[in-house]
Design a protein around this ligand. Structure first.
Ligand code: DX5
Ligand code: ZN
Length: 216
């Protein structure tokens, strides 16, 4: 089954001193959504931003906002991020004691729910949830920072999930660029998340087209 490839521009590599212009630039360059990396300094060593900044992003774009929560106790913040303007939320299985209840909260608020797994986490832990989530996000770097090297060992995981769930949206996040993107699409991913490759590119439109795959 061939799903259209969607490019999710991760705002982590944007110049935050002119966030609105940066968002507009990737919107005009053809990004399908914005990927918002929320980090709390506990679940990951880095700290980024919360719902207050998300609200400002929402006022700057028509693109859907997809939050990637890298925080402990994600259940405490789900509704805040949805009220701030996110139409999709994903959270780490490694951070959550009760994924089903979080998925239900996300759906109750009419947003899409996703589960994230780290490079070292096996697929079998997401399997029980595959029929109740809208997407799975497979990390291809250890979460926390942009500009890391793609971990090639995660490719088989994409294939396993695709075989288990033919219609599920599968996103891959970390180290995605012109050299790594084809392998994740070939393995079955249909959403590619990228920060540094898009934002450091001189021609962001071209970079986004390239991420959609060899055939654009
Ligand atoms: C890492 C984040 C990624 C990051 C990707 O913790 O979840 O979304 O922004 O950055 P690049 O594309 O530079 O690897
Ligand atoms: Zn991310």
């Amino acid at each position: 089954m061939n799903k259209r490839i969607r490019v999710s521009a991760s705002i982590l590599s944007a110049d935050f001193s002119c966030l609105r212009e940066e968002i507009k630039s990737v919107e005009n360059a053809g990004a399908d959504e914005l990927h918002l990396d929320v980090m709390d300094g506990h679940f990951v060593p880095n700290i980024t931003f919360g719902p207050f900044i998300v609200k400002a992003m929402k006022r700057s774009t028509e693109l859907p906002l997809s939050a990637h929560l890298m925080i402990t106790h994600p259940e405490r913040y789900i509704e805040e991020f949805i009220f701030a303007g996110c139409s999709a939320i994903c959270f780490h299985l490694e951070a959550s004691g009760d994924p089903t209840s979080i998925i239900n909260t996300i759906h109750k608020n009419r947003a899409k729910a996703g589960l994230v797994i780290n490079p070292d986490t096996p697929i079998k832990v997401v399997e029980p949830y595959l029929d109740r989530i809208d997407f799975v996000l497979i990390m291809s770097v250890h979460p926390g920072f942009a500009e890391q090297e793609f971990i090639v060992d995660i490719i088989p995981k994409i294939k396993v999930v695709r075989n288990l769930a033919l219609k599920l949206d599968i996103a891959v996040d970390g180290g995605i660029n012109d050299k790594t993107v084809d392998s994740v699409i070939e393995a079955g991913a249909n959403i590619v998340v990228s920060a540094s490759y898009i934002f450091s590119s001189k021609n962001r439109k071209y970079a986004i087209e390239r991420l959609r795959g060899k055939n654009g």
